[in-house]
Write a protein of this length. Structure first.
Length: 433
């Protein structure tokens, strides 16, 4: 029986056309981010197990791939099984996101970095997901983060850079949905949920688009029926407005939230209104902002503004992020303001088209079996030196099929190589339609 040759479940191979589209997207993302003043860094794919399980990664910590310590014996395996102590077996793990490595990186190198550090990280991460459409065990994240800026300027820069990246990729119709964790927390307190109930309540509110207001209220009644009903009244007012998009203005926000949402929520509302005013008229065509008071984002470390990108061509968000002011302090012992925005690369790359090649042509040189290798090498060297992409293709019986294949592979022209040809000016280069 033949040995299976597929990649591991949840991981993928990429054919040349797919890889070309991915590299195009990566080049656009890097270029726009750098134009907005961000600098790229690189961190190891492996971090200490204790750091990956320090409570910073939310549910993603449960999906971390751990790396067994060297020299683990059967006795050690049995002991770990009895005690339920995974750290007895593993001291390292594959990163499940780029935020935890960034905070460790900043804590390690802060003396060498500017007071406000603008970072780019584009790299693969690993999660032990149950593989399904749109969910993989290895995938690329494309993050930008600003560390050290406590004011809204950080959010403004991140949203501006991200929106320009989306527009440059050709993703029209993107909506950046914005909320603030202080609004959510204040809203739950206003409705009567206790502090110890907030985490569970947010998990339920996050299901609004799947189970609707009635489903959210029914699920939350088990905690506090009266608070659930009050929250239901707010969601009933909000839900119809979401489809049309709620402008990020003080007036629009006040229209959908309770008249007196509480001091904490009011601080978040004021911040959101200021953010909307600063970004008014700044974003490129095809990208818009909208207030979404039901936006939660799953990571527990968010402390302020949160955002998520919606696109009509995707059933899931194609990016998101937020402010996480308390996270860096876990390593430094003092809080450092931080905010980040991540483009969902795997979802974005499926939505874009590879643009037509520009510049020098990509030429396929079709040669006969009796061609001299020295002649072919000389021709290829000259064409490459002139900036062309060149491939040598031995003539087949069905030349039409050969030319169709190289056209699909991105070549724009071809030339027949006859015996004795050694110079590029001897070739008749013809376009591939």
């Amino acid at each position: 029986m033949a040995t299976p040759v597929n990649p591991p479940r949840g991981m993928r191979d990429f054919l040349p056309a797919d890889k070309a589209r991915r590299e195009h997207a990566l080049g656009v993302i890097r270029g726009v981010y750098r134009a907005h003043g961000f600098d790229e860094i690189e961190t190891p794919v492996v971090e200490d197990w204790s750091r990956l399980h320090a409570g910073l990664g939310g549910d993603n910590e449960k999906l971390s791939f751990s790396i067994l310590k060297r020299g683990i014996t059967p006795e050690a395996l049995d002991a770990a099984a009895r005690t339920g102590d995974p750290e007895a077996l593993a001291d390292l793990g594959l990163r499940f996101d780029l935020t935890v490595p960034l905070t460790r990186f900043y804590a390690s190198h802060r003396a060498e970095l500017p007071p406000v550090f603008r970072a780019i990280q584009i790299a693969p991460v690993w999660r032990a997901e149950r593989p399904q459409k749109g969910r993989y065990r290895q995938f690329v994240q494309a993050d930008i983060d600003i560390i050290g800026e406590p004011g809204l300027l950080a959010e403004i820069e991140l949203i501006t850079a991200t929106s320009h990246t989306l527009a440059t990729l050709g993703l029209a119709g993107c909506v950046i949905r914005v909320n603030d964790r202080r609004v959510l927390t204040g809203l739950l307190a206003h409705c009567g949920f206790g502090d110890d109930q907030h985490g569970r309540a947010l998990i339920t509110v996050d299901k609004l688009d799947k189970i609707g207001t009635t489903g959210v209220v029914d699920e939350l009644r088990e905690f506090d029926a009266a608070a659930a009903e009050r929250l239901g009244e707010v969601l009933t007012r909000v839900e119809p407005e979401l489809a049309g998009g709620i402008p990020l203005t003080a007036e629009a926000i006040a229209r959908v939230l309770p008249a007196e949402p509480g001091e904490l929520a009011e601080a978040g509302i004021a911040s959101l209104a200021e953010l909307g005013a600063a970004l008014d008229g700044v974003l490129p065509d095809g990208v818009s902002l909208a207030f979404d008071p039901t936006l939660v984002r799953g990571m527990g470390y968010y402390t302020g503004t949160i955002f998520e990108i919606a696109h009509p061509g995707s059933g899931s968000s194609v990016g998101g992020g937020g402010r996480y002011d308390g996270m860096v302090g876990r390593f430094l012992g003092r809080d450092v303001p931080a905010v980040g925005f991540s483009i969902g690369f795997e979802r974005v790359v499926d939505l874009i088209e590879l643009p037509a090649a520009e510049g020098p042509e990509a030429i396929a040189l079709v040669f006969d079996a009796d061609a001299e290798y020295a002649d072919l090498a000389a021709l290829k060297r000259e064409l490459v030196a002139n900036g062309h992409r060149v491939r040598l293709e031995k003539r087949q019986k069905n030349v039409k099929a050969l030319l169709a294949r190289v056209t699909e592979e991105g070549f724009t022209a071809f030339a027949n190589v006859r015996a004795g040809m050694r110079r590029a000016d001897e070739l008749e280069v013809r376009p591939l339609a």
